[in-house]
Design a protein around this ligand. Structure first.
Ligand code: IVH
Length: 705
C-alpha cells in the first residue's frame, strides 16, 4: 500500500490518525467548511444539512484538541462568534474599537490640552508632544496578523463586534498580506481607514449609472459598499486605499510613541498619511488644523477634520478612556458644510416616547458630497422662531454624522404663503390630542407629545425599532422595515413576541411573504436564537427607558452586575424606596433624571409585564468585570487631597479595575481612600467601620492585582 491519500483520512478514527494524516485532514476540513460557509452565509445557498455541517466542525475541533500544534491560522475554529444570519461572520474585537470625542472650536482644543495637563498633573512648562493627523473620512478596519501573516480583516461594527471581511480586504493593494521586517511581534492588530479616492468614486458612480447599478452618495458610502460585497472579485474591481494609524491587540510593542508606531507601520509595508506631524502646543495644533483645512480641497480623498493624539504611549495609558472615547486623543472637526434648497413639505415623526419631531422634506441638494433630502426642524418653537413655511427657500447644514438641520429662511427668495401650523392631533391612526411636555420642574418644555402612550401604534412600533437597533438587540435581518411589517400584520406587538416568532411560524408562514425565501427565514430565526443570550447592558439599553442611553445602561449594568439585582433595585425605586435610590445615585454617571425615569418606567404595570414576558425568552448575561483585580466589584470613596495622581486619574484607574467609585460614604462602601485634609467623609467611614486606606496603601493594593 502506498501513502494514504488525504481523502481516505476522513474515515480514520481520530485516535488512530498519524501527524501527517491529521495535518492533511485539517487542511481539507478548513477548505470544505470554508466552502460551506461561503455557500451558506454569502450565497444564501447551502448544499448540506445543518447536521452534516455540524459533524464536520466537530471533527475539526476534535482533531485540533488532539493535535493542538497543528491548528491552522485559517481554521474554522478560529472564526469567532455565533453563526450570523446575513452576509458576514462576526468578529469580536479583543481590544474594542472606540471612537473619538470632537472639538469644534479653538477653545475646545485648548481645553483638551489643559485637561491633559491637569489629569497628568503636569506643570505648565512640561513639554507635551502630540501626533497631529488628518481625519480620513472612510471606514475603520482592524487587520489581524499572526506570525506576520494576515489572518482577519474586520470592520468596526459596534466597536465590540465587527464583520469578517477578510476575503475582501485581501484584495486591497495597500494591505500587506505578510508584514515586512525582522522584528514583527507574533500578534499584531493594525488599525486604520479604508477609503475611496474622489476620482475613483466619481468614475464608479458613472459606471454604475451606465449599468443601472447602485449610485453612492459619497466616497465613504461607496468604500463601505465596496467592502461589504459578497464576491471579493467585485471588491477587487473597486479601487480602495488604506492608511494605517492605530493598533489593537499586540503581543509586543515595537515603539513607545504614536509617531514611533507610525514609523513602525511604514516599516511593515503600510501606507500612513504623509501629512501627519508632531506638534508641541495648542497653538501648534491649531496651526496644523488651519493648514490642513486649506489643503482639504486639493486632496483626492475626503477628510472631515484632524486628529490630535498624545505621542507618549505611557501617557496614553494613564489617560485612558471615558466611556467610548479616549482622553488622550480628540478629533478637531472642520466646520459644517452648508447649502440652500426649497422646503417641499413638513412631516411629523413620532418617536419612541411619543415626542413629535417636525422634519423638512427638501428638494434634494448636495452638502459636502452627500445628497440631503430631509432636515430636522427640532420642534414647534423652532419652526415658529425661524418662521419656516412650506415653499420657503432655506439654508441647511450638515456636520459629520449629525442629522442635517435647517438654519434659517432665505428671505430674499419668494416665501411660502402661510405660516406653518403645528398639528394638534398625532398623525397616528388614533389621532390622539397632542400635549406640550412639562419638565421635572413643572415648566413647559419645547416638545409636543402624542398623549396616546401605549395605545399609540407609532410609539409601540418605535419601541420595537429601538429594541432591535444596533446597540440594543441588533438582530441581523430584523431592521426597521421588517419590524414595521411584522407589527402591521400583528405578528410582533412587543419585544417578547420576536422570540416566539419561530414557534408560531407554522401559522405565520413567513417564507411565503414577499421578499422572503426559505434561507432568509432560516437565517432570521438563527439570528434571533443567537440573541437569546444577551449581555446585561444591552438588555437594559434595549428596554428603551427614557434617558437611559447605552453609556448609562453600561454604568447600571456594571453597578448591579446581574439583572435580578438591577430589577429589584428598579422596583424598589418605583415604590419610592429612598435608600435604594441613594445607592443608585452613588453610581458614577447616574443622576436624578435617570432615576426618575427608571422609577416612572417600573411604576407602570404595563412595562413590568412586557419586561417579565421578555425575560422568560432570553438569558441575560451578567456584566463583565475584570475578575483578577482585588478591587473588582468594591465600592471606593476618595476624599481629601491625593498626591500621586489627580482625583480623576484615581477614579479612572479604579473603574478600569472594576471598582465602583461613589461620591458619599454609606454602609455599602468598602474602602475610603483618604488623603490630607479629609473631613466629614473620613469621620463617617470611621463611624460605620469602613476600611480607611492612605493613597499609598490603595496604590499598593491596586498594584498587587
Ligand atoms: S484614531 C481610539 N486616527 O475616526 C480611537 N481615527 O471618530 C482611535 N479616523 O473610528 C482612532 N482618521 O474611523 C484615528 N488618523 C486617525 C483617523 C481616525 C480617521 C476615524 C476612525 C475612527 C473615527 C473616530
Amino acid at each position: 500500500m502506498g501513502i494514504m491519500a488525504p481523502r481516505d483520512a476522513t474515515r480514520i478514527a481520530i485516535d488512530a490518525l498519524t501527524d501527517a494524516q491529521a495535518k492533511s485532514e485539517l487542511k481539507r476540513l478548513a477548505a470544505e467548511i470554508g466552502a460551506h460557509d461561503r455557500r451558506y452565509y454569502q450565497d444564501d445557498a447551502p448544499t448540506v444539512s445543518d447536521a452534516v455541517y455540524d459533524a464536520l466542525r466537530r471533527r475539526n475541533e476534535e482533531i485540533e484538541a488532539r493535535f493542538p500544534g497543528l491548528v491552522r491560522t485559517d481554521s474554522p475554529s478560529r472564526r469567532v462568534g455565533a453563526a450570523p444570519a446575513r452576509g458576514f461572520a462576526k468578529v469580536r474585537h479583543r481590544v474594542p474599537m472606540l471612537s473619538l470625542g470632537n472639538a469644534f472650536s479653538e477653545d475646545d482644543v485648548r481645553d483638551f490640552v489643559e485637561r491633559i495637563r491637569r489629569f497628568l498633573k503636569l506643570s505648565a512648562d512640561e513639554p507635551i508632544a502630540f501626533s497631529a493627523e488628518p481625519k480620513i473620512d472612510g471606514l475603520s478596519m482592524s487587520l489581524r496578523y499572526e506570525g506576520g501573516e494576515l489572518v482577519t480583516g474586520a470592520t468596526r461594527g459596534d466597536g465590540t463586534e465587527g464583520e469578517d471581511v477578510t476575503a475582501n480586504i485581501r484584495t486591497l493593494e495597500d494591505v500587506p498580506k505578510k508584514l515586512k521586517g525582522r522584528h514583527v511581534p507574533d500578534i499584531c492588530e493594525v488599525r486604520g481607514e479604508v477609503y475611496m479616492t474622489k476620482h475613483a468614486f466619481l468614475a464608479l458612480n458613472k459606471r454604475q449609472a451606465e449599468s443601472g447599478g447602485q449610485i453612492f452618495a459619497n466616497p465613504r458610502n461607496s468604500a463601505a459598499g465596496s467592502l461589504r460585497q459578497k464576491d471579493p472579485a467585485i471588491t477587487a474591481s473597486r479601487p480602495l486605499g488604506f492608511f494605517g494609524y492605530a493598533w489593537g491587540e499586540m503581543s509586543a510593542m515595537p515603539a513607545d510613541t504614536q509617531s514611533g508606531m507610525i514609523k513602525w507601520l511604514e516599516s511593515c509595508g503600510f501606507k500612513t498619511n504623509p501629512m501627519a506631524k508632531t506638534c508641541r502646543s495648542a497653538d501648534d495644533l491649531l496651526a496644523f488644523h488651519h493648514q490642513i483645512e486649506l489643503r482639504r480641497g486639493e486632496l483626492d480623498y475626503d477628510i472631515d477634520g484632524v486628529v490630535y493624539k498624545i505621542d507618549r504611549l505611557d501617557w496614553q495609558e494613564r489617560l485612558g478612556f471615558v466611556s467610548r472615547t479616549p482622553r488622550w486623543a480628540i478629533a478637531h472637526k472642520f466646520p459644517a458644510e452648508k447649502a440652500v434648497t426649497v422646503v417641499k413639505d413638513i412631516d411629523i415623526q413620532v418617536g419612541r416616547t411619543g415626542a413629535l419631531t417636525p422634519v423638512a422634506k427638501l428638494d434634494p441638494v448636495t452638502v459636502g458630497g452627500v445628497v440631503v433630502q430631509n432636515a430636522t426642524l427640532h420642534n414647534a418653537d423652532e419652526i415658529a422662531r425661524l418662521d419656516v413655511r412650506i415653499g420657503d427657500t432655506v439654508e441647511i447644514q450638515r456636520a459629520g454624522d449629525v442629522i442635517p438641520q435647517v438654519l434659517g429662511v432665505v428671505t430674499e427668495k419668494p416665501r411660502g404663503a402661510e405660516p406653518y401650523r403645528f398639528p394638534t392631533k398625532c398623525p397616528c391612526p388614533l389621532h390622539t390630542p397632542v400635549v406640550r411636555e412639562i419638565n421635572a420642574a413643572g415648566e413647559e418644555g419645547v416638545r409636543f407629545r402624542c398623549s396616546g402612550e401605549f395605545a399609540c401604534p407609532y410609539q409601540r412600533m418605535e419601541h420595537l425599532k429601538h429594541f432591535v437597533s444596533r446597540r440594543a438587540f441588533d438582530i441581523d435581518g430584523l431592521g426597521e422595515k421588517q419590524i414595521q411589517l411584522f407589527y402591521e400584520r400583528d405578528w410582533v406587538k412587543e419585544p417578547g413576541d420576536i422570540f416566539t416568532l419561530e414557534a408560531r411560524n407554522g401559522k405565520i408562514r413567513l417564507e411565503e411573504v414577499e421578499g422572503y425565501a426559505e434561507t432568509s427565514v432560516r437565517n432570521l430565526f438563527s439570528a434571533i436564537r443567537a440573541r437569546r443570550d444577551i449581555p446585561l447592558d444591552r438588555f437594559i439599553y434595549a428596554l428603551g427607558i427614557r434617558h437611559v442611553g447605552d453609556t448609562t445602561a453600561l454604568a447600571l449594568a456594571r453597578g448591579y452586575g446581574t439583572w435580578d439585582a438591577f430589577e429589584e433595585a428598579c422596583r424598589m425605586i418605583a415604590r419610592g424606596d429612598e435608600e435604594t435610590k441613594e445607592e443608585m445615585d452613588a453610581l458614577d454617571q447616574i443622576g436624578e433624571t435617570v432615576i426618575d425615569s427608571i422609577a416612572k418606567y417600573f411604576a407602570e404595570k404595563h412595562n413590568r409585564d412586557i419586561v417579565e414576558r421578555l425575560t422568560r425568552q432570553v438569558r441575560i448575561r451578567d456584566a463583565e468585570r475584570p475578575k483578577d483585580s482585588a478591587v473588582a466589584g468594591k465600592t471606593v470613596v476618595f476624599t481629601g487631597a491625593l498626591e500621586k495622581m489627580t482625583r480623576d486619574e484615581a477614579k479612572a484607574m479604579a473603574e478600569r479595575l472594576g471598582a465602583k467609585v461613589a461620591g458619599s460614604v454609606s454602609k455599602k462602601t468598602d474602602y475610603v481612600v483618604a488623603g490630607p485634609g479629609a473631613g466629614s467623609k473620613l469621620g463617617k467611614a470611621r463611624d460605620l467601620g469602613v476600611a480607611v486606606l492612605s493613597e499609598d496603601e490603595w496604590l499598593g493594593m491596586v498594584a498587587a492585582t
